[in-house]
Ligand binder design. Structure first.
Ligand code: 2P0
Length: 328
């Protein structure tokens, strides 16, 4: 296929927060998970990426926030571009320019928005015109959670069993639209082990892993029922439970590891205290120390106020449902 070297394609994708977590791959090469997962795409953080295949380049050129990158970061983008080149039958190197847009210290940066935006921009720059399902499958090859960021709002990643049937689908529902995520950045740089390594260790060494696979199936059913029924209490309860079930897989791994810090525990206790005082909210936590508080619009201000006093206003960001991938 002949590609003109001046075709620059730019795409934007937002990050997502998992409410039913993805934690473990049955196939690492194709990133096929052991379980489904369910997330909410957020408006507050996005990645904008432009891609141009260019015959004048000796190798792929990758910049993030105007800094050229090399090493592992470059390798991961290069490996992903190789998949795009293979699918589109082109051999040219690419120029990738990526910008992360994140409120100060929101702690929402993730590979999800990065690979969703890269999949959209690179595939179109390579001459492909993928539908959203195919785009989700492609984004999944870069990072599992990226397959969910192709869509806006509530999104389910249907685990499937292979490359062709493992992709995300949007949950078409007008319910729980008043949901808010109050993101607390208790610490920016505490990650004892990457999520990729952490989940592999949980799969291979936690004796509870087979139970996790079973329980996620019922957690997924339960949260979808809650979304359909517009039942925030059930929705929040199952989200919090599922997050703790995931973290139990880190404590029970060999060697064990833990993403929480003291501040994480304090924030969790405060969420419970608020809840018992009548301000309904729940927490979820990913592979890091930061806490995301799940609430409804009418309580977002009170929760923001509480945590601003506790950690400082610059550590608190309120997010709401965000859109799916789009081209500029
Ligand atoms: C999630 N996380 O469902 C879970 C919950 C973190 C905790 O997906 O190896 O960066 O690139 O497929 O997507 C983070 O893992 O992992 C993640 P890879 P990814 O959002």
């Amino acid at each position: 296929m002949t590609i003109s070297s001046d075709k620059i394609v730019t795409a934007i994708a937002h990050t997502n927060i998992a409410l039913i977590k993805y934690w473990g791959k049955r196939n690492a090469e194709f990133i096929i998970p052991y379980t489904g997962s369910l997330s909410l795409t957020l408006d507050q953080f996005y990645t904008q990426t432009s891609v141009q295949f260019d015959a004048s380049l000796d190798q792929d050129s990758v910049s993030i926030d105007d800094q050229l990158i090399d090493g592992n970061g470059w390798q991961r983008v290069h490996d992903f571009l190789n998949i795009v080149r293979q699918q589109s039958d082109i051999t040219l190197n690419a120029r990738v320019k990526s910008e992360n847009h994140v409120p100060t210290a929101a702690g929402l940066a993730s590979s999800a928005s990065a690979f969703a935006a890269l999949a959209a921009a690179a595939s179109r720059a390579a001459g492909m015109d993928l539908d959203l399902q195919a785009l989700s499958r492609l984004a999944r090859r870069g990072s599992g959670s990226a397959c969910r960021s192709i869509f806006g709002g509530f999104v389910e990643w249907q685990r499937g069993t292979n490359d062709s049937d493992s992709y995300a689908v949007p949950i078409e529902t007008p319910n729980l639209n008043d949901i808010r995520i109050v993101a607390l950045t208790v610490e920016k740089h505490h990650k004892p082990i990457s999520s990729r390594q952490g989940m592999a260790l949980s799969v291979t060494t936690s004796p509870y892993y087979p139970t996790w696979v079973k329980v996620v199936e019922s957690d997924l059913q339960s949260i979808k029922t809650a979304i359909n029924a517009d039942d925030f209490t059930r929705f929040g309860t199952i989200s919090e439970l599922n997050a703790m079930r995931m973290h139990a897989l880190t404590l029970s791994a060999n060697p064990d590891f833990l993403y929480f810090t003291g501040d994480t525990l304090e924030a969790m206790n405060e969420v419970k205290r608020l809840r018992h005082s009548g301000i309904e909210c729940y927490y979820t936590i990913d592979a890091g120390p930061n806490v995301k508080v799940i609430c409804q619009k009418q309580n977002a201000a009170a929760i923001t106020d509480t945590f601003s006093k506790m950690f400082g206003p610059e550590k608190v960001t309120v997010a709401q449902p965000g859109p799916g991938v789009k081209y500029l």
